[in-house]
Design a protein. Structure first.
Length: 116
């Protein structure tokens, strides 16, 4: 992993943790990694191994792609912080066929929810 990747990954992990209002203690409790080690990753002192990276992203309840690609739309979707504005942003570049599919999926979820 080159220095630029390590820097971006640490920064993105920290940003995501803060978005979720989580502390280093919270990440420590869910991963078993020391707070000092997590802090060093966030401060770009250490680069996480693949296993460590996966443990951290799992504790943040996001896919590794959210951190690796820093896809803001994907981050919002994964973190559950959707608002009507963020939903609009997510679907704004879909074509009519894709929008129809999304509507069909939503209608199916609603229909199946009422069956239970």
């Amino acid at each position: 992993m080159n220095t630029e990747d390590k820097t971006l990954i640490g920064k993105r992990i920290r940003e995501q943790r803060k978005k979720l209002d989580l502390t280093l203690e919270d990440i420590y409790k869910s991963t078993g990694l020391s707070k000092a080690y997590i802090s060093n990753i966030e401060k770009e002192v250490k680069a996480p191994s693949l296993i460590t990276f996966i443990r951290i992203t799992n504790s943040l309840n996001i896919s590794s792609n959210c951190i690796l690609k820093n896809d803001d739309k994907l981050n919002k979707l994964q973190s559950g912080s959707l608002t009507s504005n963020s939903i609009h942003e997510l679907i704004s570049d879909l074509d009519s066929k894709e929008l129809t599919l999304i509507i069909d999926i939503i209608q199916s979820v609603i229909k199946n929810r009422s069956i239970k």
